[in-house]
Design a protein around this ligand. Structure first.
Ligand code: FNR
Length: 365
């Protein structure tokens, strides 16, 4: 029977085991320029024992930024910063994917020289994002009603994803993951509630899904199917988006991913964020559409991961908060060692505290 500690092939990349690090925004990039830095390198190197690290969400363009101090992958300085991180992760024996991100309406005009953030439609996200306050510390502010992208602007967004993929490759990443989950730009196009468009990118599901698939095709063209995966969150409320058609949208995308033969589908499950438990009938439906590698994430522990692996419903599990607090998580899970508890107050923004100072088991002993 397959175990979490068996190797697995994800597209063009061989992973030594199936305990993966989920993408985790930590808002510690250097300013000006949203540049990956030495502190981030230390954080990722400490976690190089993951079967695969998926990087924090990384904006594909200045327009794609939605939170303070998140890193980008659109400037030469950012690519050089990431190169120092991927080299160090590889030297430590690890593998790392870049998560390609455009936050769409989950953003603020202060990131865009006073211009409104863009989305599928001018439908507001009635919630807040994080900017730098006057005291320099993270402050929560309401998101403005966004501006709808004009049809003529969409090729530019697709091109930004393509260029970001070229940049990720140049930066030494092993794979890219397109972030199509959690209420960000691609999800805003997918969900009817946030997409009221009447052009070829709005209306029935196939048209709402088109931007995600146009982006996927451009990203595959820039690299190849063996180096590309997509993260989706079909069920549950994330960042103000709770798509009543989400289940169908997830299956539609999974079928399109299978047709293209991409490296993996990363399923973000909603229960950790207050949503419902995903039931096995949905997992089975997703598996029927997508025979490739499925990564499950959201409130996983060894028991949940092993059960779903044995049932053939996932191929690997990604851990978020446990990896924040336990740099040596796979080693701890392998022996059933106790886990450090994550400190929520240091999740977003700040320095080394709560970021690179969690002890390994060896250090504790
Ligand atoms: C996240 N998550 C997340 N997801 C994503 O796709 N891109 C991201 O940048 C982030 N950032 C992020 C930051 C922090 C601090 C948390 C806690 C979560 C979601 C994450 O990848 C994962 O799906 C959840 O944390 C659920 O998994 P766990 O924590 O229950 O293992």
């Amino acid at each position: 029977m397959t175990s979490l500690f068996d190797p697995v092939t994800v597209g063009a990349v061989e992973l030594p085991h199936r305990v993966l690090m989920a993408p985790l925004t930590r808002m510690r990039a250097s300013q000006p320029g949203d540049v990956p830095n030495d502190l981030m390198r230390e954080h990722y190197v400490q976690r190089a024992g993951a079967g695969l690290i998926v990087s924090e969400g990384t904006q594909i363009s200045p327009d794609g930024k939605g939170y303070m101090d998140t890193p980008g992958i659109h400037s030469a300085e950012q690519v050089a910063g990431w190169r120092r991180i991927t080299d160090a992760v590889h030297a430590a024996g690890g593998r790392i994917a870049a998560q390609l991100w455009h936050t769409g309406r989950v953003s603020h005009e202060s990131f865009h020289d006073g211009r409104l953030p863009v989305s599928a439609s001018a439908t507001p996200y009635r919630n807040r994002t994080t900017v730098r306050g006057e005291d320099g510390r993270p402050t929560r502010v309401p998101c403005p009603t966004p501006r709808a992208l004009a049809t003529e602007e969409i090729p530019r967004v697709v091109e930004d994803y393509r260029q970001a993929t070229v940049n990720a490759r140049d930066a030494g990443f092993d794979l890219v993951e397109i972030h199509a989950a959690h209420g960000y730009l691609l999800h805003q196009f997918l969900a009817a509630d946030s997409n009221r468009r009447t052009d070829a990118y709005g209306g029935p599901l196939a048209r709402r899904a088109r931007l995600t698939l146009d982006v996927l095709d451009a990203v595959v063209e820039a690299w190849d199917t063996g180096h590309v995966g997509v993260r989706i969150s079909p069920i549950g409320a994330f960042n103000g988006l709770d798509d009543p058609d989400g289940a169908a949208a997830g299956l539609h995308l999974a079928a399109a991913f299978a047709e293209r033969g991409i490296a993996f589908l990363h399923l973000s499950e909603p229960d950790w964020a207050g949503g419902p438990q995903l039931d096995d009938s949905y997992r089975e439906a997703l598996r029927a559409e997508f025979p490739g590698v499925i990564i499950g994430a959201g409130n996983y522990d060894v028991a949940k991961a092993e059960r779903l692996l044995a049932a053939g419903l996932i191929d690997a599990a990604a851990f978020g908060r446990p990896f924040i607090a336990n740099p040596d998580l796979p080693a701890r899970l392998a022996v059933g060692a106790p886990l450090n508890e994550p400190d929520l107050a240091s999740f977003y923004g700040g320095g080394a505290a709560g970021y690179t100072d969690y002890p390994t088991l060896a250090a504790v002993r």
